[in-house]
Design a binder for this molecule. Sequence first.
Ligand code: GKR
Ligand code: MG
Length: 435
Amino acid sequence: MRIVDLRIHSIAIADPPLRSSYGLHAPYALRTVIELVSDDNIVGIGETLGGDAIAQALVALKPKLIGLDPFQFTGALMPLIEAESPSTALERSQTMFVPGENPLDQDARLYSVLEIAALDLVGKALGKPACDLIGGRVRSKVPFSAYPFYKHAGGGGEGSDARVDEYGEALTPETLVAQVRQMIAAYGFKDIKFKTGVLDPEIEIETVRQLHRAFPDLPIRMDPNSAWTVETSLKVARALTRELGNGGYLEDPTAGMDNMAAVRKGMLAEGITTPLGSNVAVTSFGDLAECVAKDAVQVVLCDPHYWGGMRQIQHLGKICRTFGLGMSMHSNSHLGVSLMAMAHAAAATPHLTYACDTHYPWAQDQDEIVAGGRVPIKDGFVTIPERGGLGVELDHDQLARGRERYATCAYRKRDDVLEMRKHVDPNWQRVLPRW
Ligand code: GKR
Ligand code: MG
């Protein structure tokens, strides 16, 4: 089997005005969808982060892919996952500099989506689910968490494409709890990952307390994306010992490995054992030795889109287990193809110790590119379908609509600071730490 074509589709999907320490989500999130075509006309699909930079980098890679055997991807594309210096000019994954984000990740991101599409392709050729091609599943149902955000009113999209606001504004503890109630009623999640770093920490502490009162059995993790100083991080950890200690964790309270290590040390000195999670201080294999040596992070958030695909997630899980770290999974705004790649990676990774994050509840039916509509999340789980590859196909009409939205919208890369200035506060600055 040989690769004869790579089709690259830049799409835009409506995204509600969600807040984080980076700023405000734009009315559209950008994604890239690829189709890897074999000489026997089987098509493997993948979805990853969007915008012009990654699409151009994939176009540049295309000549190297043509003629490759999709069963031998790792060998052929090894330089992409083992790069010693950045060889592409991809934008950073977030609005702007994320403390700790490793530029060496850039090639891994390209490899990730290609590996996912290759696994889909060979899985379809063999009639075997992707998770069973990489050693086999350890679970057929993959747990995901509710992912509430402080949010302004609005459902995303613009002009005649403006969307119904399914969840409403949530800028207070009470409205945030109502948002989670609604999300859990719709999807049955059994864990809560809460994006914070937006309001004064006292309000966020109160929000977590109310969440815990409303859902006493559900583990809560809180992620302010490095918005706090070491002192503020300690203050929050102290205030929420019970609420976060109930099987949750505190994710990236502060920026950088040394500050994370200082938070951990301060917490342990006070007898607080809530783990610290990270997808900001630890973003690549190269960060792990320092992270372990300094005890800076106890739960690593993997992501098959960033770490080099599904097999690298299995390797990461093994390393985390060896060093006594937990492993969870990070998410960005995405559709069903990404959800399935995340689910397959999680299904085949024994050492996944937490439910995965997902932005999927924030995406809308109208934008879904999976044939047959949105992937079901039932009782908080995605079930691995007994079909080849990822188990989903593209709806080409929906894909064309996504391309059309991309062509007509004004967005080419994520810029949450600009959106904050346009819609909330013209003088807003991204200040880390803010509190
Ligand atoms: O969607 O605003 C967002 C999130 O803040 C996202 O960009 C983060 O990458 O969810 C992510 C996280 O866990 O840090
Ligand atoms: Mg995070």
